[in-house]
Design a protein around this ligand. Structure first.
Ligand code: IDC
Length: 328
């Protein structure tokens, strides 16, 4: 090959390669994923990416991973991503419903698999220690420490992995949650010093006033707020917290039934609108076909991904539309 030809061909192939890589990333939709935002941190109540940009995570929560484990698959996560999502939440029940305390190995395998799938799709993944009936997170601090130590050791400093250390504390004080959080945050940060960690708040992650008054003294923490349209009358606590620059992650929200037994879609839209307008990161409950109002999929839908409009419930349709444009 002549020198002149080489001078043309080499830069040209480099350019083509770059274009292909760009197109590949574009098609994977990663402009809003881990490769573009990297490790996340909080600043003045906001979620910030590696270039100092504001980041909003939007996506779906699984139902209990050991209960509806079939949705921990690439096609399912990809469908959420194609709809505009950039995060998934893996909800791992602790005490109940074949949770971690009952079957450690199965649950660990499912969490690991959810993390690998999300990473492969350039999505963020929230690892949720899903306490519920066990309302006091301190009841199983040792088990939580063991679990979070294992996961953070397996994925040290991984920007994709976000830790949610207690889904919905209930029947306990903020002091008790803080005592638990101190222990678990310490364990995670030993392996992942900068990990983003979401802390549940009292009254089923609905009371944010204590966190505003007495925030935990660590960087890169967010506080959980959960909301169910039709069930909660307002989201005043969230408004106040946002005004006060508390870093809040709406790690679970959904549409419940209104007083007539129909899905409270209007309230759901209003909440989705508020989240969009205020750039609040959130995950919707839940990505499964259980015959209940929150589910994204109709009970008769047995597809595990690649869903079309007809496969979605009324609630699922609203949520997928919302993921698409970030607006309802
Ligand atoms: C619900 C599930 C339901 C299950 C129940 C168990 O949708 O299938 O039978 O848990 O108690 C939450 C919880 C979340 C709940 C959800 C809806 O975090 O586990 O899931 N919810 O009730 N907080 C408020 C509502």
């Amino acid at each position: 090959m002549s020198k002149k030809l080489r001078l043309i061909i080499l830069p040209l192939s480099a350019l083509i390669l770059l274009l292909c890589a760009g197109l590949f990333l574009y098609l994977r939709g990663s402009r809003d994923g881990v490769s573009s935002h990297g490790a996340l941190h909080t600043e003045n109540g906001k979620l910030i990416g590696k270039k100092g940009e504001n980041v909003v995570l939007r996506g779906y929560s699984t139902h209990g991973i050991a209960w509806f484990g079939e949705y921990i698959n690439r096609e399912a996560f990809l469908s959420v991503k194609k709809a505009g999502g950039n995060v998934m939440r893996a909800a791992m029940y602790t005490e109940a419903y074949a949770g971690y305390l009952e079957d450690r190995e199965t649950n660990l395998a499912l969490v690991n698999s959810a993390i690998e799938i999300a990473k492969d799709l350039d999505m963020y993944i929230i690892v949720d220690w899903h306490i519920l009936e066990d309302g006091d997170p301190g009841e199983y601090t040792d088990k939580a420490m063991e679990f979070f130590s294992e996961i953070s050791r397996s994925f040290p400093n991984d920007p994709a992995v976000i830790y949610e250390i207690c889904n919905e504390p209930n029947g306990v004080s903020w002091d008790a949650v803080c005592e638990y959080a101190d222990a678990v945050i310490h364990v995670i940060r030993e392996n992942s010093p900068d990990a983003l960690i979401i802390v549940g708040t009292p009254s089923y992650s609905s009371a944010l006033n204590s966190a505003i008054k007495w925030p935990l003294d660590y960087p890169n923490l967010m506080y959980a707020y959960h909301y169910y349209a039709g069930q909660h009358n307002d989201f005043e606590a969230l408004r106040i917290a946002i005004e006060k620059n508390l870093p809040v992650f709406v790690s679970e929200w959904g549409v419940n039934e209104d007083e007539n037994g129909a899905p409270a879609l209007d309230d759901g839209e209003a909440f989705a609108e508020y989240l969009s307008e205020n750039g609040i990161s959130n995950c919707v409950w839940s990505l499964c076909n259980k015959d209940e109002v929150f589910s994204a999929l109709k009970p008769e839908c047995t597809k595990l991904g690649g869903w079309e409009d007809d496969d979605l419930t009324e609630v699922g349709k609203l949520m997928f539309k919302y993921l698409k444009g970030g607006k309802p």
